[in-house]
Design a protein around this ligand. Structure first.
Ligand code: SAH
Length: 257
């Protein structure tokens, strides 16, 4: 069934140059642009894909934001993990509905939202209360009460230990994940998976040395390169620019013995 835009929900507006704006629709609200304003009421009650004109005559296309759109536009405290890495993390960590996941640190909550969207139950450890607040409000804004009900963030240092037991997965985005390996070894059940996102290869080497001294095995490290293409008439070629580097992904399984 077609869900029409309603007051209170978010719309992503694209101008003719494909610039993107995230707007929360309100009755009688206005979205101000360099070309006048768009009346929210012109969108409320319309289906996605509707085009509207601003008072200055500019055209805007409206769709609901995807998780990827939201992650790139949402309020941020800490740097977020980008969609190109968020998707592969779901596969490396083999996230499934009901999976019990410990995530640290939580930052702005981009990874939390991705894990929750895949149906997981997430406990987050985060040092900073301002980030933890931001992550929780982003989860509430995009995933609503269902997401919130499967999400708990504790203000604490994961290097000091993990209280949870019988976890399915531990997912880390912090500077010294080797300091979490012993805790993860105790908190995961056999077959459980640890995934760590790290910006530099020296950090990866240190993590892998630590993993090699524990019951973790089947360890793999990858990086994900994403190259977009310019497709316009006969001009079909890779774009001139790409994001050269974000981070390395390392996944490891807790084995018996
Ligand atoms: N993955 C997040 C971004 C995390 S940024 C996202 O996609 O939005 C890294 C976060 O780790 C920061 O918020 C920092 O405060 C937190 N952090 C660093 N060391 C930590 C520790 N020992 N325990 C808990 N959180 C920690």
């Amino acid at each position: 069934m077609t869900r029409l835009f309603a007051a209170g929900e978010r719309a992503l507006l694209l101008d003719t140059k494909s610039r993107r704006y995230l707007v929360t629709l309100t009755v009688a609200g206005e979205f101000h642009t360099h070309a006048g304003y768009v009346h929210h009421d012109d969108l409320i009650g319309q289906p996605e894909g509707t085009s509207v004109r601003s008072s200055g005559g500019a055209r805007y296309l409206a769709v609901r934001p995807t998780l990827s759109d939201f992650v790139l536009k949402m309020p941020r405290g800490a740097q977020v993990i980008y969609p190109k890495d968020l998707g592969p993390i779901l596969m490396l960590a083999d996230v499934f509905p009901g999976a019990r996941i410990l995530e640290a640190g939580v930052g702005s909550g981009a990874l939390s939202m991705t894990l929750l969207r895949a149906g997981a139950e997430v406990v987050g450890y985060e040092l900073r209360s301002d980030f933890s607040d931001k992550a929780q409000s982003n989860v509430a804004a995009f995933l609503g009460p269902d997401g919130v009900s499967r999400y708990r963030v504790e203000e604490r240092d994961v290097y000091e230990g993990i209280d949870e037991v019988e976890l399915d997965r531990v997912v880390l985005d912090l500077p010294e994940p080797w300091r979490v390996v012993k805790h993860a070894e105790a908190a995961l059940h056999p077959g459980g998976i640890l995934v760590s996102y790290l910006p530099t290869i020296g950090q990866v080497a240190q993590l892998r040395e630590e993993l090699a001294q524990t019951r973790f095995g089947m360890t793999e490290t990858i990086e994900v390169l994403q190259r977009s293409w310019h497709v316009e008439g006969p001009s079909v070629r890779p774009d001139h620019r790409m994001v050269a580097h974000t981070g390395f992904l390392t996944a490891s399984r807790l084995l018996g013995g």
